[in-house]
Design a binder for this molecule. Structure first.
Ligand code: AMP
Length: 971
């Protein structure tokens, strides 16, 4: 009967947070709980609403009084549980519905528990039980639809705990009610393991108190990591619910979240940081072929800078800067360029400059070192320009401008740069030395100083800078002086001043020399001081100064490399393995030679402006050459006249094949050739002042000796270069030297036989072939032995031409007479005002035995020394200290051996004027030595050549006398 009623009871839905310790309904077999007395609770099988068999316990002793029926469950092991839930489902009969039970019938029962660590015996001792509650029915019977009474299923829930033993028993005490226990369920609650925010939280038993929250730390799922300072936590409530999540895990780099897990990024994707949410596609120029990548690898030739985040595209070094142009101002070079066509995909392009000083071969370049200045800097240049200062004078430099970006240094590919090769000209003067106070007064100070050790040119002026030593804000005053002394006026009495001096040449100012502190004298008491503007009274001005100022631009001066200052005999750094000249005639195909050594220019780059001369093969024009990426430059253009023969064409281009092999500041530079168009052209750097002989004649007497020596030095340096290359010029003469606007002299006119053919000075000799006799060494005239030593002879003649401002060597003597005179030991005398040292050098060049002649290398060295010590270049009557070498005695008359004026005139082959001398009373050599050019002219000697020849010899005579007697001869 009861069972039937129990069937109707709805089974409690199993809560997923519950851990069941006992569920009577789930047990199919007998429960076999202990019932005491055995007449009390009775186990009865029934069916639930689903007709599933269930076990129930019933008791219904309502008629009898004093009922005490106990029912005890089996031992329940509690596990982790602290708080136990007991859910009872039962039916309870309403006593009113039972007739005749008044007084004995009850409507409640009691619930107890007993804690033990193990099962105990089957005896129930009441005293050992702890009462949980008295349970009453909420509902007992209800009226059915048809008026019948229906038993209602009660559900009661009680909670026990905290429990301390391993297990417990439950007990039900009936005191005379009619009960059917349909189900007894004992459980505790757990927060079941879950994954929240990519963290796994384990199964967690709820706390013992109703209000307690158990804090649980999460563990990140695989391939996830805790977010920084935000480790995952959750709280397990007493109800078995997870509450209050804190912190989280995030997928590691290379992984992204999919549901509650982290999955690797696919191929071609990456995730660089755990912070990123999604995997991203590889940026441009990068790839990966693995899953789970945190970054993509750059394609070949592409790079990522260390500071580049993985999300940016891979980049590459920029291409070379474009349109590199330069501007050279003596020893300062400025470079400008435009940005590279390809910045490599980056916007951090800067530029760096590589400076190398070169010999004549590309492999002879050495880094410039730390003495060179770069403005604003050598590297990290943001703007496309730089100024390079403090270069050595007359040196070859190669500058490479490299565009770099953040990945340039990672790249293993070849560096791309724009480069220019530049030859510097002149250096600024070095510091003045030995600044001393000559005279100190109340309001003026007289100073003097020494010329800089390396003037590197003609000093046209000195600048004196001074300031009051104790003045707070240093206000400088400057005054100028043309000599090595100056008086600075209008100073304050009893005041300390600081003076500094620097020299100025065409190359600019040198650096200031050491400071000199001078205190002006005290003013006699009673005199008031008056302030005036400082005025300079400049001491005697050098005579040459005025001329120099007209020619502010300067001749090529020696390069003063550090090795010189330390006493090395050779000022030009020479690199091993000098390039050798290749004779273009050795090429079977002359066109190949041209294209090997000369650049083919596009005729459209050349603009012809005017005709400036006539060459053997056609007109020589001036014009401009505009090469891509360079400033347009003035050029000379030699053209090949129309209707030329193949031989003429070959001979014409031969000059280019030769010139194209040379690269030196004192050798005319070939820009290129036009052979694939008409007219055929040779394009050469433009030399504004044309050929040297005509230029000197035009400016007769206008240069200082230093300027002339500077020119000679340039020519010698060019010749040294040519001879080092193994090239013999054969036609070195002032007419074949070109002069540019800076008075830099360059050797030109190259060719083979044709050079000589072309030369109007060349005449046929008995040995065959045309030879410019006056310039040619004896052995070359006699048996065509042309060598660098014969070029040295010619160089001696050029020296003579230069020092005599373009005089014709041997004046109007015939070629035959010249050959004869030379054979007899006659040599050209020193030109007017020529320092003896220079004439000596000429004589050395004209040594009969070519082995005795100096090498060009030595000539450059001697000239450099002279330029550095201008005192040695004083005119013959000056303070010449250099003894005249015995060489002179071999080739020029030694005046000491002449007994008479007649002897002397005979020796210089001017005996025809013997009578003119004696008639006017010049009977002694001493009186002759005092003659001026006017005196010579007044003798009735009208031929200019003879006047000069006689004057030159008189000058040499004076020099010798000075040397012999140590006394000057006043003119
Ligand atoms: P050439 O063919 O060397 O005999 O040249 C004939 C003339 O043209 C020379 O005497 C010079 O006056 C002039 N000339 C040749 N080359 C140049 C140049 N590079 N710059 C200026 N003038 C030149």
């Amino acid at each position: 009967m009861h069972g039937c009623c129990l069937l109707g009871a709805a089974a409690a839905a199993q809560n997923s947070r519950e851990v069941i310790l006992l569920d009577s309904k789930a047990q199919q077999t007998e429960l076999e709980w202990i019932s005491s007395p055995s007449t009390g609770w009775e186990e009865i099988s029934g069916l639930d609403e689903n007709y599933t068999p269930i076990r129930t316990y019933q008791v219904c002793q309502v008629m009898e009084s004093n009922q005490n029926n106990w029912l005890r469950t089996n031992w329940i092991e509690k596990g982790d549980a602290q708080r136990i839930f007991v859910e009872l489902k039962f039916t309870l009969r309403d006593c009113n519905s039972l007739p005749g039970v008044v007084g004995t019938c009850k409507e409640t029962f009691n619930l107890y528990y007993q804690e033990t660590d193990a099962e105990v015996g089957r005896n129930i001792r009441e005293s050992q039980y702890v009462k949980i509650d008295t349970i009453a029915a909420d509902e007992s019977f209800t009226q059915g639809d048809l008026g019948e009474r229906k038993m209602k299923l009660n559900t009661e829930l009680r909670i026990i705990g905290p429990l301390s033993r391993r297990g417990f028993y439950l007990a039900f005490q009936d005191v005379g009610a009619c009960i059917a226990l349909v189900s007894v369920k004992v459980y505790y609650k757990k927060c079941w393991s879950i994954i929240e925010n990519l963290a796994t939280f384990p199964d967690t038993v709820t706390g013992s108190e109703f209000s307690s929250l158990v804090e649980v730390e999460g563990t990140c799922v695989s391939d996830a990591e805790e977010e920084a300072d935000n480790s995952p936590k959750m709280h397990c409530s007493a109800e078995g619910e997870w509450l209050v999540p804190i912190g989280k895990c995030i997928c590691k780099a290379g992984f992204h979240q999919k549901g509650d897990a982290c999955e690797p990024c696919g191929r071609g994707f990456y995730k660089s940081s755990s912070q990123d949410l999604q995997c991203s596609r590889c940026p441009a120029h990068s790839y990966n072929d693995r899953e789970g990548s945190w970054r993509c690898d750059c394609e070949d030739g592409y790079y990522r800078a260390l500071s580049d985040p993985p999300a940016v595209t891979c980049t590459r070094p920029p291409s070379a800067p474009q349109n590199l142009v330069y501007n050279i101002n003596q020893t300062t070079v400025s470079l400008e360029w435009s940005s590279p066509a390809d910045n490599g995909g980056r916007n951090d392009v800067t530029y760096r400059i590589m400076c190398r000083r070169c010999g004549w071969e590309p492999e002879e370049c050495l880094p410039c070192g730390g003495n060179v200045g770069y403005l604003p800097a050598q590297s990290g240049l943001v703007d496309a320009y730089v100024t390079i200062t403090d270069l050595l004078a007359h040196a070859n430099y190669t500058f490479e401008v490299e565009a770099v970006n953040g990945v340039s240094d990672l790249s293993r590919t070849q560096r791309l740069f724009a480069s220019v090769s530049i030859a510097t000209s002149q250096a600024a003067p070095s510091q003045v030395s030995e600044l001393i106070k000559e005279k100190v007064q109340q309001r003026s100070v007289q100073l003097s100083w020494q010329e800089p050790e390396q003037p590197n040119g003609v000093i046209t002026e000195y600048e004196i800078k001074y300031y009051e030593k104790d003045q707070k804000d240093r206000i400088y005053s400057t005054v100028k002086s043309k000599s090595t002394s100056a008086t600075v006026n209008n100073l304050k009495p009893s005041t300390a001043y600081v003076f500094q001096i620097r020299a100025f040449t065409a190359a600019g100012y040198g650096t200031f020399g050491p400071r000199l502190e001078v205190t002006t004298k005290e003013e006699p008491s009673g005199t008031a001081s008056t302030e005036q503007n400082p005025v300079i009274i400049i001491a005697v001005v050098a005579v040459a100064g005025t001329i120099i100022l007209v020619f502010m631009v300067f001749v090529s001066a020696p390069s003063i490399s550090p090795s010189v200052t330390h006493g090395s005999p050779r000022p030009w750094i020479k690199f091993p393995g000098t390039k050798t000249y290749i004779d273009p005639e050795t090429y079977e195909d002359p066109n190949r030679a041209v294209h090997q050594f000369a650049k083919e220019l596009d005729a459209s780059c050349i603009k012809i402006e005017r005709v400036i001369g006539a060459g053997e093969f056609g007109e020589v024009c001036s014009g401009r050459l505009k090469l891509p990426g360079k400033r347009d430059v003035p050029v000379a253009i030699k053209t090949l006249k129309v209707g030329y023969t193949e031989k003429q064409r070959r001979d014409f281009l031969c000059e280019a094949s030769i010139m194209g092999q040379f690269d030196h500041p004192n050798v005319v530079h070939l820009e290129g050739v036009v052979t694939r168009g008409k007219p055929v052209m040779i394009v050469i750097e433009y030399m504004e002042n044309g050929s040297l002989d005509a230029f000197l004649r035009k400016h007769d007497g206008q240069f200082t000796v230093i300027q002339l020596v500077g020119m000679l030095r340039g020519i010698a340096a060019g010749m040294r270069y040519l001879s080092d290359m193994g090239y013999v010029h054969r036609d070195l003469a002032a007419r074949n030297i070109l002069v540019n606007s800076n008075l830099v002299c360059k050797v030109s006119d190259f060719g083979l036989s044709r050079v000589i053919d072309d030369d109007p000075e060349a005449v046929y000799t008995t040995t065959g072939g045309k030879i410019p006799v006056r310039w040619t060494a004896t052995e070359a005239i006699q048996y065509r032995k042309f060598t660098s030593s014969s070029d040295v002879w010619s160089y001696g003649i050029v020296m003579w031409e230069v020092m005599s401002y373009g005089e014709r060597p041997y004046w109007d003597m015939s070629n035959q007479d010249v050959i004869k005179a030379i054979e007899e030991g006659y040599r050209l005398p020193a030109p007017m005002d020529c320092p003896p040292g220079l004439h000596q050098l000429m004589l050395d060049c004209w040594q009969k035995d070519r082995a005795d002649r100096p090498k060009f290398d030595q000539i450059v060295g001697i000239l450099d020394k002279m330029i550095r010590n201008p005192n040695t270049l004083k005119t013959p009557l000056g303070t010449c200290t250099r003894p005249i070498s015995p060489l002179l005695d071999q080739n020029t008359p030694d005046f000491a051996t002449f007994r008479s004026v007649g002897d002397w005139l005979e020796a210089i082959k001017m005996e025809r004027y013997n009578d003119n001398f004696t008639a006017t009373g010049y009977s002694s050599l001493e009186s002759v030595a005092r003659m001026t050019i006017e005196d010579v002219m007044s003798l009735g000697i009208t031929l200019v050549g003879h006047q000069k020849k006689i004057m030159s010899s008189i000058q040499t005579m004076r020099a010798q006398m000075l040397h012999l007697h140590g006394t000057g001869v006043q003119v």
